[in-house]
Design a protein around this ligand. Structure first.
Ligand SMILES: NC(=O)c1ccc[n+]([C@@H]2O[C@H](COP(=O)([O-])OP(=O)(O)OC[C@H]3O[C@@H](n4cnc5c(N)ncnc54)[C@H](O)[C@@H]3O)[C@@H](O)[C@H]2O)c1
Length: 329
């Protein structure tokens, strides 16, 4: 597939970040798009932005859908086929995702399973719902978003990341397993897996919203305490990230700052990441790493798998052996 012009793409999680940028860039390149998000308001905004930057014959629709609920995914599929007057889709970007379910020991089971459901079952239900339509395209591409946490199940010392990593490993495993399956049983479809490093988006704030929490400024003291328990606050103080004797308002401000820093101080923007994904899909790549950090961690883990969770050794491997292509984004 060397051009997206005249195609029909599905993008999940289109209300923000990389999903929003994928929708905008695809539409600008002449591709019609059906985007969904759990937040109907943000995906409607994306659709309006994308239409404004697209040629007149391009159709962009926004749909409300929680990808972790199969009935909603099927309804989204039926809605988009009707609105786009189509019997197939050419591209599916399974991009929706949330962070969370940090600790298997301490996080609530409900929160752990919710994170896993969005990040894994969301990808699975979309593959089930859209595979027949990709086959019907005759030249279909399924693009599943995993993460660096799809090949490295950690964030660094003291930071648990269990539900997210488990789901992202599953997404990578599923996508890699589909390579041969599609080659054998549906050669008119191919699969690509996206593994971003740090990309500047609002995923921190959106993941808190997905947990049912209000904006940090409106979080109650009890919600703050549950989100950042006392002993974690003490660790943050020792690490110099929170002032000694910090008040609840200081904590609220810290969360606001964390989201802004995650978005604004990232080495790769959401727009750059979307461009890398689309270039990768056009070039026929099945493995699309985003950012120097992703390439460096990938190379280090492959070079010394046993050191993957021995951070001092892993980080020394990274400084000694820069990854091939790590100087580009
Ligand atoms: N930003 C990063 O550094 C980074 C790194 C590695 C992987 N990723 C992955 O990239 C993908 C996009 O993330 P992003 O950073 O653009 O985040 P984002 O929060 O900006 O966008 C994700 C979108 O998915 C939507 N969403 C969440 N739960 C949903 C559900 N159940 N159903 C439908 N939509 C839902 C959110 O509302 C949001 O609009 C995710 O799968 C994420 O895990 C991000």
């Amino acid at each position: 597939m060397d051009s997206f012009t005249g195609k029909l793409a599905v993008v999940t999680g289109g209300g923000s970040g990389m999903g929003r940028e994928l929708v905008r860039q695809l539409a600008a390149q002449g591709c019609s798009v059906a985007a969904c998000d759990i937040n109907a308001d943000t995906v409607a905004e994306t659709a309006a932005m994308a239409r404004a930057g697209a040629p007149p014959d391009v159709r962009v629709t926004g749909h409300a859908c929680d990808v972790s609920d199969e009935a909603q995914v099927l309804r989204f599929r039926d809605e988009l086929l009707e609105q786009h007057d189509s019997d197939h889709v050419d591209l599916v970007f399974s991009n929706a995702g949330i962070g969370g379910g940090e600790s298997f020991i301490r996080s609530s089971r409900e929160h752990w399973e919710r994170t896993f459901a969005v990040d894994w079952w969301g990808v699975y239900y979309c593959a089930r719902a859209f595979m027949p339509l990709l086959i019907a395209s005759g030249d279909g591409v399924l693009v599943n978003t995993s993460s660096v946490n799809g090949f490295w199940a950690a964030l660094g010392p003291g930071m648990s990341n269990t539900a997210y990593s488990t789901a992202k490993f599953a997404v990578r495993g599923f996508s890699e397993a589909l390579i041969e399956d599609l080659r054998t049983n549906a050669p008119q479809v191919r699969v690509a897996v996206v593994m971003p490093g740090h990309v500047g988006t609002d995923i921190v704030a959106n993941s808190l919203r997905a947990r049912g929490l209000p904006e940090p400024e409106r979080m109650s003291d009890a919600q703050l305490e549950e989100l950042i328990p006392r002993d974690v606050q003490a660790k943050l103080i020792r690490a110099g990230l929170l002032a000694e004797g910090a008040s609840a308002d200081d904590l609220r401000q810290m969360i606001v700052r964390m989201n802004a820093d995650f978005r604004d101080k990232a080495p790769v923007s959401a727009a750059q990441a979307a461009a890398i994904i689309l270039d990768g899909v056009r070039s026929g790549a099945w493995r699309i790493l985003i950012g120097k950090d992703a390439k460096t961690i990938d190379a280090a883990v492959r070079a010394k798998p046993e050191a993957a969770y021995d951070y001092a050794e892993l980080f020394s491997e990274m400084t000694q052996a820069p990854a091939a292509g790590a100087s580009e984004q």
